[in-house]
Design a protein around this ligand. Sequence first.
Ligand code: MF3
Ligand code: CO
Ligand code: CO
Length: 284
Amino acid sequence: MIETLHSLYKKKHNIFLKTQKQIIGIRHASRVAAKILNLLCKEVRPGITTKELDLMSLELHKMFSAVPAPLGYGQPPFPASICTSINDVICHGIPDNRPLVEGDIINVDVTSIVDGYYGDLSRTVVVKSCSEDAYRVIEASYNSLKAAINVCRPGAKLSQIGNEIQKVADSLGCSVVHQFVGHGIGCHFHEEPAIFHYANRPKVDILMQPGMTFTIEPMINLGLSEAVVDKKDQWTARTTDGSLSAQFEHTILITSTGHEILTLIDAKDAYEGVPDLFIDQKTH
Ligand code: MF3
Ligand code: CO
Ligand code: CO
């Protein structure tokens, strides 16, 4: 029965339902990525540069015997080990020498490869303090990700994810970016299916099945939803109206009864408490 579903999903949708062995590997890579992200987020403060965060990420990946997936990825090759997206940058921001200042909001996106398996997550944090508007767009992204995760279970439609995200974004007066999507992940960085973050009704609405692993990573803007990619570096995606953008991302596994968020750290490592991160960098 399971064998049949595995081959059916592969044949019909090019989706790889994962085996138990692969799940163990992806869970481990995801936890390593989560741990690295937490350690990086603790360093976010006025004065630090995203280049320094990138160097730390390289060190941390070495410490955990992991490889940062972004480095050298794509065309042109992504030049850093993490994405750091500040204020109006929606995603794929490249670490540089600009010191962070109080009031900035920054998304840090970590994808780690361990033993050939991939885990991918990101979080938006506040640099010391931020405006109410900034808080609102962060909240919209965070709450929409939580709402989307909550519908994930066997038999649920993939389109429910976007519908949940859209509802939360609308209720907070924010917009959902269409141009970038979540994705299958695990044995490769980006696998099928594409996960749409906006309200949608696809012709073929794929049903979630145990063993599916994918990311949900809503990019939410305060203003217009359009994104424009930097002509020079061909990576940095910004809002067209200069408005703020926020994003959170987790890697999700569909289990036989519901879902598991793979990119979570042990409670003893704390720091999953996102509201704390909005305000300040507590030690736990
Ligand atoms: N981690 C990003 C994602 O969530 C992808 C970054 S691609 C890169 O899918 F090349 F910019 F790193
Ligand atoms: Co991703
Ligand atoms: Co990511």
